[in-house]
Write a protein of this length. Structure first.
Length: 262
């Protein structure tokens, strides 16, 4: 776990190299391993039925988060897709629709909603929570570059081309500072130094009373189904509301291929 007093510089973080990006090939292995080792979830912390919205990364859609949402439902959560199809970038209209979704689910279940955002989806999740903290139970980001500049990602060129109209408004100094500022709700920032798409330095938060940075060893494309990351998500979502405590590391809740806890 990252020492909160040793926050890395995000502003000057270089995007992963082409060689580093090649390591993303392991995403298939991560999915296969997790599918096998999560067949039996009796040793995992069970959910309390509260609603969870899962937001996909840039250029990804509902299919990319299907495994994670299914996993969360099996644990006992009311897991929902973000209902916006493929993630093509941010806009004022998207912001309004996501806030409406958060309000809708809060009203439907009468409970605060947890938000799990993958890559760019985590940036949206943070801003939803920032706008509606009274309706948000917790936020978990997975390789989300909310600090620094998106030029520190290998997706920046495509993002810039597809979102020309919003770039000037989205990346002012004030906007970057706001996105980087910690939230008032429990927040877990998951990052991986082996991320081949996003500079990991951009995915960790400044210190705050209910904010933590947790390192895993996932590929960027594998966060939503890599076993270690799933373990962190399950542990964090299972915390009783109003009783947040920092993550203490691996617990004996993940069965191995033989169905035994490890």
């Amino acid at each position: 776990m990252l020492d909160p007093t040793d926050l890395p510089d995000a502003a000057g973080a270089p995007a992963p190299t082409a060689w580093q990006a090649r390591r993303e090939w392991r995403v298939g292995f991560e999915l296969a391993s997790s599918a096998l080792r999560t067949r039996n979830l009796h040793t995992w912390p069970q959910g309390d039925g509260h609603p969870v919205i899962v937001l996909p990364g840039f250029l990804a859609g509902p299919e990319s988060t299907a495994f994670l949402r299914s996993h969360l439902r099996r644990l006992g959560y009311r897991a929902h897709d973000w209902r916006q199809g493929r993630n093509l970038g941010a806009s004022p209209a998207l912001t309004d629709r996501l806030e409406d979704l958060l309000l809708e689910l809060h009203d439907r279940y009468g409970r605060r909603v947890s938000l799990v955002g993958w890559s760019a989806g985590g940036i949206y999740a943070r801003e939803m929570a920032r706008a509606l903290p009274g309706h948000t139970r917790s936020v978990i980001t997975l390789g989300s570059p909310f600090r620094g500049h998106p030029a520190s990602t290998r997706a920046w060129t495509v993002y810039r081309i597809m979102n020309r109209r919003n770039l000037e408004r989205m990346f002012t100094d004030d906007a970057l500072l706001q996105r980087a500022s910690p939230l008032s709700v429990p927040t877990t920032c998951v990052y991986s130094r082996t991320d081949g798409i996003v500079a990991w330095q951009c995915c960790v938060s400044e210190p705050a009373p209910q904010t933590e940075n947790i390192e895993v060893h996932a590929s960027h494309l594998g966060y939503g189904h890599e076993l270690e990351t799933l373990r962190v998500i399950a542990d964090r979502l299972a915390q009783p509301e109003g009783r947040w405590m920092p993550y203490v590391g691996r617990t004996s809740m993940v069965p191995d291929a033989r169905g035994e806890a490890v």
